[in-house]
Design a protein around this ligand. Structure first.
Ligand SMILES: [Zn+2]
Length: 420
């Protein structure tokens, strides 16, 4: 067994207490074999670790260096990677109509090569794990072949009752292909598109598979005021959309009725929840579900912002959403936006919470043994250097979010990944 010993000026463990080690060191398994599943052996102060492991070479990460767990992007859509200026923002329905008009063209442009480039950029910006929601499985080869860990969510969508059998068959075929390719860093999972777009019977059938196979489950939920109004009153801007496109005049479920379908799922998450009320959030907590926050997407599509103070003890994860509703898949960009968006929380406290959401929180939402630098956790580790020294430990999280765009070194399951 090979071991690697890294030392740095700071180690952010991203454990639940946000423990930071000044002048720290970490030892992890570093076997360069594709089937090896390398974990962290030890972590602590530099002095302790170096004296405990005298036979391992020491690699120092540099002046003002930081080691932390690789970032976890808990929600993205790779199949929409070709969008830059095509889709329209500012109102959810305006966006949705532009997606429908341009979908074919965007999907066609999202070649394996283009998606591979985006995955590489994510690695360069410190992301070691993504949750990729796949609508068509056109991104599967990129997801399987990338160095990045992918939790690959096969998405169920369709609200027409007479289409359920066909949609379910298509879903199962895609899921089986994903399951056949399961590996250490390609983990199949199940997504429900949303409460308004998936028939309750289809949801039931799909969730039954998730329970049988113990797969993670995720759904968009309460993203916009329009969604909330449609689900509760079958009214508002969504009603024109449903009448015109699907000849449907009434919502098939209520927000609560939708959530009640998700009992007994081990790893469950709901993306957005920007307009979810207290009752709905309480129910998500009761389900032991996580909330995935996509602040930039919310600003662009709906201008609704999740109030982090309303989440109380609900696990929080962070996602970029796809390039269909973002200008970047860099999680440090997302963290910076969140820093400036949530003005009701003390700055340093907010930044710690956000870094936890992009590591520890993401791992909990997806059911992964990652997101924390601790013994026996997967050795998914990034290192980078701040531009200057940081005097107070208290300011470190804020300075990291403000000043980091790209990283220097990245290890996934103990193996160093070439970034450039
Ligand atoms: Zn999404």
């Amino acid at each position: 067994m090979n071991y690697k010993l890294l030392t740095s000026d700071w180690i952010l463990t991203c454990d639940d207490d946000f423990t930071i080690i000044k002048n720290g060191a970490i030892v992890f398994e570093n076997t360069n074999n594709n089937n090896s599943y390398n974990q962290i052996i030890d972590i602590g102060s530099k002095d302790d670790i170096v004296s405990k492991y005298p036979n391992i070479d020491i690699e120092y990460c540099g002046a003002n260096s930081v080691l932390m767990p690789g970032l976890i992007n808990a929600h993205t859509h790779l199949e929409f990677s070709a969008n830059t200026t095509t889709l329209k923002y500012g109102n959810f329905l305006r966006w949705l109509n532009s997606v429908i008009s341009n979908r074919e063209e965007l999907i066609e442009k999202a070649t394996t090569e283009l998606i591979d480039t985006q995955l590489k950029k994510m690695l360069q910006s410190g992301t070691t794990t993504i949750a990729a929601i796949s609508s068509y499985s056109l991104d599967i080869n990129s997801a399987i072949n990338s160095d990045i860990n992918v939790v690959y969510f096969i998405e169920a969508i369709g609200s027409k009752a007479d289409m359920i059998d066909a949609l379910f068959a298509d879903f199962k075929a895609k899921l089986n292909t994903a399951l056949e390719n399961r590996s250490n860093n390609f983990i199949p999972a199940i997504a429900i598109h949303s409460p308004y777009s998936v028939h309750p019977i289809l949801i039931k059938e799909v969730l039954q598979i998730a329970k049988e196979k113990n797969l993670s489950v995720s759904s968009h939920f309460q993203e916009s005021d329009q969604e909330n109004r449609w689900l509760n009153y079958s009214d508002g801007e969504f009603s024109d959309f449903f009448n015109n496109f699907l000849n449907q005049s009434k919502s098939l479920t209520t927000p609560k009725g939708f959530l009640e379908q998700f009992k007994n799922i081990d790893n469950l998450s709901f993306t957005h929840c920007a307009v979810a009320n207290k009752d709905e959030l309480n129910y998500i907590k009761k389900l032991n579900g996580s909330v995935i926050h996509c602040p930039k997407s919310n600003r662009l599509l709906t201008n609704n912002t999740l109030d982090l103070e309303h989440l109380e003890n609900i696990n929080l994860a962070l996602g970029t959403d796809g390039l269909s509703s973002n200008n970047s898949l860099n999680l440090f960009d997302e963290l910076r936006t969140a820093l400036f968006l949530h003005t009701n929380i003390d700055l340093n406290k907010l930044c710690k919470k956000l870094l936890l959401s992009a590591t520890n929180g993401g791992a909990k939402a997806l059911g992964l043994n990652k997101g924390i630098l601790a013994k026996q956790k997967d050795a998914d580790i990034i290192s980078f250097c701040l531009p200057n020294s940081c005097e107070e430990i208290e300011d470190l999280a804020t300075m990291i979010i403000l000043h980091t765009n790209h990283i220097d070194k990245l290890y996934i399951q103990g193996k160093q990944i070439e970034l450039f």
